[in-house]
Design a protein around this ligand. Structure first.
Ligand code: NAG
Ligand code: NAG
Ligand code: NAG
Ligand code: NAG
Ligand code: NAG
Ligand code: NAG
Ligand code: NAG
Ligand code: NAG
Ligand code: NAG
Ligand code: NAG
Ligand code: NAG
Ligand code: NAG
Length: 743
């Protein structure tokens, strides 16, 4: 019982302080930013110029430790009892993983060591981590491995791509036999011998893309009878006995042989792979490919065939797809095709649902599109089409997706889409349309997305392209990126018919400013992209936001904003994502205001993109290079900097050690800590806290009630603890300041 109470106390106290933007309860190294991700304590020390792991300052409860992007060269031993589940030290300068590097980390599940300078990994490094599942070591110069690579009976996922490995010895996988996924891509292996993969009988997914492979021994994969997915793209496998290599892969469902130097294939190549669902042969010189012979009568489950860019000399025979009765998706993009051949070859595929004919040199189109009663998606982009042939598409009444982008069109007849009443997504980007015919989109009453990027449009969208008497109820997304729009000085940008639009992309449209009524007819926008324009601070430049009461997501990245304040979002109560990356912000107290606003009023610092590590930054194989919000000090500030630093502000964690700044660019996170700006936001919302507790215990109301009772009981206690701690902290800072003054 005592243990439970102590645990509750910790939980309560940590949630309170965590929510507060404070972190007195759980320790946080001075250079790092710590926060909860769901209920897990994240210690984010990424991109902080660290040269060593701050072992002494870690909380024993740290769940995720993010040290990505520092200058750490060596690992010592973590303190015993640390409960760490995930460790990320990608993009540092580690050179070796020693036997004791991860000693005692019993709870470790994921390790990311990618992008270091590691040449040696001790096979026993993870002996203590008995629940280890994922290890990422990609982008390290490991080069050679003698004997078994690692010892772990639980490891399932191993990424050792781009490690300059030239040989995989026959014992390499001997003590990691639970592996289900192995990524060996981008290693100069050149050849694969028999025996290497023999112990990996659970293997499900093997990636050997870009391994300079010229030879694969016939029996190399003979034990991989559970393999479902095999990737061999970007190799030189011209002389490979494919029927032998693939002969035992009876469960294979996905085979990628893109760009692997294949020039011919024998008839029995895939004869034992009777479960193939996806076959990718794109980017090979298959000039003389007899599609019919290869597919034979064995690939009865084949649903997707990709023959893009195979230079098939053709003509593709009428028999080609005769037996591929399940084929639903066919890629023929990038092969020089003629409309009449195509017409014949496609005739047996009336069930085809998706057809890709991009970049086929087509001037006109096959005129039997009427047989494709089930065609839902058609891509005829990047063909030098003659305007008039677009009318051949007219019978495709079921079409839901049509891409006619970059097809040299300068005119699209007003009836072109008249019968395509099922159309959901229409792409006309990259055609110099300049203007749109009256009624062109009139009948597209189910349209959800319209893309008109890079069409040279000066006016956003004219009212008469739509029927006057209609509101397009489903039209939710309009993409106009890359048009040199001329924005009117007053009045709305879009006609009334588009009132249901919720997603609007106006990125890179040369916009200098937007008037207050710009979105008067499209007030239901929830997602607005204005990235890459030239919007400046001042002169009510963001007053257009006043009308957007439903907005949830705004992208203002890469504009020309120098300062911004929370007041401009006063009419946007639903806002939950604000992207301000890449603006030349000055370091001033408005930034601290924005920070407090996001943290306390919005209750979620994550809404400010780049303020802290987001979910995507802390997933395996996630986006490692994260982008931060920056501001820069002006000259005067920089000179006075050490004076304001360390001023204690309630609700923000100050730096403990004195520091000197020699560079003017700061992340918002660091600036807010050192700024000494007065907090203007004093509102806290403990309601959210209680909701969190219930969330954790959902389904156990009685437990939640108990926790609440305990909560009430110990509230007084925790307040006391907090007060004492605050007092101590203040005292500590005062001493600190005194010491600095003395120096
Ligand atoms: C690492 O240190 C080098 C100099 O030793 C410096 O140039 C570089 O900017 C540092 N990198 C990081 C991410 O701090
Ligand atoms: C790291 O430190 C170096 C100089 O010591 C500085 O030039 C660089 O900007 C710092 N990087 C970061 C991300 O703070
Ligand atoms: C990696 O380590 C080698 C020595 O093993 C060294 O020569 C090289 O400069 C290091 N590379 C980086 C980027 O630190
Ligand atoms: C590693 O695998 C080999 C071969 O299966 C086995 O003999 C050896 O005992 C294993 N070592 C460990 C530490 O599990
Ligand atoms: C194909 O499978 C059969 C048994 O199902 C087997 O006898 C034959 O050797 C396999 N073919 C190849 C090329 O391995
Ligand atoms: C299609 O299958 C039938 C019997 O299943 C076979 O006779 C015919 O040769 C096959 N056609 C092609 C083009 O392989
Ligand atoms: C629009 O679609 C309807 C129903 O499919 C059809 O009857 C009508 O003729 C079409 N309008 C035009 C202008 O083609
Ligand atoms: C709207 O007007 C068009 C012609 O402009 C006409 O074809 C259509 O039937 C009208 N629809 C409704 C719902 O009134
Ligand atoms: C926004 O959507 C609601 C419900 O879908 C609708 O009633 C309202 O008219 C729309 N607002 C505008 C400005 O069209
Ligand atoms: C940003 O604004 C400044 C003046 O406020 C101007 O000199 C500069 O050219 C603008 N930059 C861009 C990319 O628009
Ligand atoms: C520099 O910033 C300080 C504080 O934000 C401000 O008072 C001062 O006017 C700025 N100086 C210049 C030259 O912009
Ligand atoms: C900042 O530095 C200037 C001289 O560089 C000095 O005159 C001024 O008083 C300082 N301001 C503060 C707030 O310390």
């Amino acid at each position: 019982m005592a243990a439970v109470t102590v645990f509750s106390l910790c939980l309560l106290a940590s949630v309170v302080y965590g929510f507060n933007g404070d972190s007195f309860e759980l320790e946080c190294p001075d250079e790092c930013d710590c926060h909860y991700f769901r209920i897990n304590w994240v210690t984010d020390c990424s991109e902080s110029n660290l040269t060593e792991v701050p072992y002494d300052e870690l909380s024993m409860s740290v769940y995720i430790l993010d040290l990505n992007g520092n200058n750490i060269t060596t690992l010592q031993t973590f303190p015993p009892d640390i409960k760490m589940r995930r460790l990320q030290i990608a993009n540092n300068r580690l050179t070796r993983v020693e036997k004791n590097s991860f000693k005692g980390l019993e709870y470790l599940i994921d390790v990311d060591l990618s992008g270091n300078n590691i040449t040696y990994v001790d096979p026993e490094a993870f002996l203590d981590s008995r629940g280890l599942l994922n290890v990422e070591l990609q982008d390290n110069p490991i080069t050679t491995v003698d004997g078994p690579f690692l010892i772990s009976s639980t490891l399932q996922y191993l990424d050792i791509s781009s490690c300059n490995l030239s040989v995989i010895n026959t014992q390499f996988f001997d003590n990691i036999t639970s592996l289900t996924t192995v990524d060996l891509s981008s290693n100069p292996l050149r050849k694969l011998d028999v025996g290497v993969f023999d112990v990996l009988t659970s293997l499900d997914n093997l990636n050997l893309n870009d391994c300079q492979l010229t030879t694969i021994s016939d029996g190399a994969f003979s034990s991989l009878t559970n393999l479902k997915r095999l990737e061999l793209a970007d190799n030189f496998l011209t002389n490979t006995n494919w029927s032998e290599v693939l002969g035992n892969l009876i469960r294979l469902e996905y085979l990628n042989l893109r760009k692997s130097g294949i020039t011919s294939l024998t008839e029995d190549t895939f004869s034992n792979c009777t479960n193939l669902v996806t076959l990718i042969l794109a980017d090979n010189e298959l000039r003389d490919l007899e599609v019919a012979a290869i597919l034979g009568n064995s690939v009865t489950h084949l649903e997707l065939l990709d023959l893009s860019n195979c230079h098939i000399k053709g003509p593709i025979s009428g028999e080609a797809f005769a037996n591929a009765t399940k084929l639903r998706v066919l890629y023929l993009s990038g092969n020089p095709l003629f409309a009449p051949d195509l017409q014949e070859a496609l005739e047996p595929l009336p069930k085809l649902e998706r057809l890709f004919l991009s970049n086929c040199g087509l001037h006109n189109l096959p005129d039997n599109f009427n047989v494709f009663e089930n065609l839902l998606e058609l891509d005829i982009s990047h063909n030098p089409l003659v305007n008039v042939f677009t009318k051949l598409l007219a019978p495709l009444e079921k079409l839901e997706y049509l891409n006619m982008g970059y097809s040299n069109l300068s005119y699209i007849g007003p009836d072109s889409f008249a019968k395509m009443t099922s159309m959901k997504r229409l792409i006309l980007s990259g055609n110099d349309l300049l203007s749109l015919e009256a009624g062109l989109f009139g009948n597209l009453t189910q349209l959800t997305t319209l893309e008109l990027e890079f069409c040279g449009l000066k006016r956003p969208l004219n009212a008469n392209a739509f029927f006057k008497n209609l509101t397009y109820m489903d039209l939710r997304e309009i993409r106009l990126s890359g048009n040199p729009l001329v924005i009117p000085e007053s009045g709305p940008l879009f006609p009334r018919q588009l009132s249901q639009v919720t997603i609007l992309d106006l990125s890179n449209c040369n916009i200098l400013s937007l008037n207050r009524d710009a979105f008067k007819n499209t007030e239901n926008i929830t997602d607005l992209n204005l990235a890459g324009n030239h919007i400046k601070s001042g002169d009510n430049s963001l007053s257009f936001l006043e009308r957007l009461r439903h907005i949830e997501k705004i992208n203002l990245s890469n504009n020309n904003l120098t300062t911004i304040e929370p007041e401009v979002f006063i009419n946007n109560p639903k806002l939950r994502s604000l992207n301000l990356l890449g603006n030349p912000f000055l370091c001033n107290c408005k930034i601290a205001e924005m920070w407090d606003w996001a943290n306390m009023i919005k209750g979620d610092l994550d809404m400010l993109v780049g303020a802290k590590s987001a979910e995507k930054d802390i997933v395996v194989k996630g986006n490692k290079k994260k982008k931060n919000l920056y501001c820069h000090y002006n000259e005067t500030q920089l000179r006075n900097l050490t004076l304001t630093i360390n001023k204690s502000v309630p609700g923000r964690r100050p730096f403990v050690k004195p520091r000197e700044l020699t560079y003017a660019y700061r992340t918002w996170a660091k600036y807010v800590r050192e700024s000494g700006c007065e907090p203007v936001v004093k509102i806290l919302r403990p309601v959210a806290l209680v909701a969190d507790l219930f969330d954790v215990n959902s389904g156990h109301i009685s437990t939640a009630a108990l926790v609440l009772a305990v909560l009430a009981l110990i509230l007084g206690m925790s307040t006391l603890v907090m007060t004492i701690r605050l007092f101590r902290k203040k005292a500590h800072i005062m001493v600190d300041t005194e010491q600095r003054k003395l120096r």
